[in-house]
Design a protein around this ligand. Structure first.
Ligand code: NAG
Ligand code: NAG
Ligand code: NAG
Length: 436
């Protein structure tokens, strides 16, 4: 498969030479690192692969934008001579924010040691969590100059949490855990930034195809997509908002959410304002309401009253097109033969998420609003989240595809590119070919 960033055997030989220090390589300081992101066609999850352990093995993970940290199943097949549990009251435990000390009676084994601090790894797809030990092991990734992959680089003591085999339920087969990019000191971007002295920035660009991979960058731009387009140069910015109350399935009182919220103030369809209950759009005292971005929801989820209003406005603007029987989980479906096509997908009314001012909006075009559910049928790809979901709007994967999103933690703002299709490129156009 051409999208695999580098061949594993090649990687092994490169690692071997890093393990035995060679001055020129030891002093190599990456500008940024890059991970491939593929889409699983059956679960619609976005997957990435890291290399971890000694000897190194590829570890396939579900990417979780709001996730707290990296967790992997340590119970089945974890073997590594460089694994080390984080001892209670160590600096690693305080960095991880762990407040518990655990014992284990069937070890010592990876995931089962005495006097180790613990965290709760979360399967955010099924909303299941468990307790697991915090540990360290080597992680290896590709560096990049922003246009092609460069030498591999390693983080010798990358902190993660041990999950359990049952926690993998709901993830695609072969996946061994989740890669969290949330707002914590031990999420992937935080550890890459700390290890390589990067700017506290990362970007994701999800591919709409399950056969060619998208990309995640850590450390900042440029973000070059073939044919030579630097996407970092033309981003629109909006503040990232911290939800003071955790939105995880298990947490301690007083913990803020590790997910990324933005301030959607109103929604327009074809330039016309959709009447909405504005109080649902702000974050309430209990952390409910507001708008977040999620890579574990395949489609945007809206609280029922917002959903009905947006679908109603959309159907009205598209009244010249024949509606057909709805296909679950969608409600508004159309005969695609009577919808024209444009550079940015099916020619349907634009949906704008209006942000901090009327001139700053996230515009959703047909490629991101419509889902082809079968031959001849296109549905509006939003789903009803019920009357009282924790978060009123969850912007999901289909709406993120072929849009680059940059999360800048230092300035607390989101940069978004809008549809790359306008610029005749896509998120699968990062050149993953390594130099011979
Ligand atoms: C943890 O300590 C208990 C009690 O001292 C002991 O029985 C157990 O074997 C130890 N477990 C490990 C993993 O060392
Ligand atoms: C608007 O939403 C808030 C928060 O859910 C709710 O308390 C209020 O009753 C709603 N107002 C209307 C007019 O539906
Ligand atoms: C992709 O990068 C490789 C070097 O890593 C280069 O040889 C190749 O020409 C590039 N492909 C394109 C389409 O620019």
């Amino acid at each position: 498969m051409a999208s695999i960033p580098f061949h594993f055997l090649v990687l092994c030989s490169i690692i071997l030479s890093i393990t035995f220090p060679i001055p020129s390589q030891a002093s190599f300081r990456p500008k940024a690192v890059v991970l491939p992101v593929t889409k699983d066609s059956s679960t619609l999850q976005y997957l990435t692969t890291l290399y971890q352990r000694t000897p190194l093995v590829p570890v396939k993970l579900t990417l979780d934008l709001g996730g707290k940290f990296l967790w992997v199943d340590c119970n089945r097949g974890y073997s590594s001579s460089s694994y080390s549990p984080a001892r209670c009251r160590s600096t690693q435990c305080s960095l991880a924010g762990s407040k518990i000390c655990i014992s284990c009676f069937t070890g010592p084994l990876p995931g089962c040691n005495n006097n180790t601090c613990g965290l709760s790894p979360d399967n955010t797809v099924t909303r299941t969590s468990t307790d697991g030990e915090v540990a360290r092991d080597v992680v290896v990734v590709r560096s990049t100059d922003g246009s092609i992959p460069g030498p591999v680089v390693s983080v010798p003591k990358f902190l993660f949490t041990c999950g359990a085999t049952f926690l993998l339920q709901g993830l695609p087969s072969g996946v061994q855990g989740m890669a969290g990019l949330g707002r914590t000191r031990i999420s992937l971007h935080s550890q890459f930034s700390a290890s390589f002295s990067f700017d506290r920035k990362f970007a994701i660009c999800l591919s709409s195809s399950s056969t060619s991979s998208g990309v995640a960058f850590f450390g900042g731009g440029p973000y070059m997509m073939l044919p030579g387009i630097d996407v970092s140069k033309s981003l629109i910015y909006t503040p990232l908002i911290i939800n003071p109350v955790s939105t995880a399935s298990s947490y301690f009182a007083g913990e803020p959410s590790t997910e990324y919220f933005i301030g959607v103030k109103s929604i327009k369809v074809n330039g016309k304002q959709v009447p909405l209950n504005a109080s649902l759009l702000s974050i309430g005292k209990e952390g409910n309401g507001g708008t977040k971005i999620s890579t574990v929801n395949p489609y945007t989820v809206m609280q029922t009253s917002i959903y009905k209003a947006v679908v109603g406005a959309f159907v009205k603007e598209l009244s010249q097109v024949r509606r057909v029987a709805p296909v679950k989980p969608f409600r508004a479906c159309f005969d695609s033969n009577s919808i024209g096509s444009t550079r940015v997908g099916p020619g349907v009314p634009q949906i704008d998420l209006v942000l901090q001012s009327s001139s700053v909006y996230w515009r959703i075009f047909g490629a991101n609003s419509m889902v082809q559910v079968k031959e001849g049928v296109l549905c509006l790809g939003f789903v009803d989240g019920g009357l009282s979901p924790t978060t009123s709007i969850v912007i999901g994967g289909h709406q993120l595809e072929d849009n680059l999103l940059q999360f800048d933690l230092a300035t607390s703002r989101l940069g978004f590119s809008s549809s790359l299709l306008f610029r005749q490129t896509t998120c699968s156009n990062f050149n993953f070919t390594t130099k011979a």
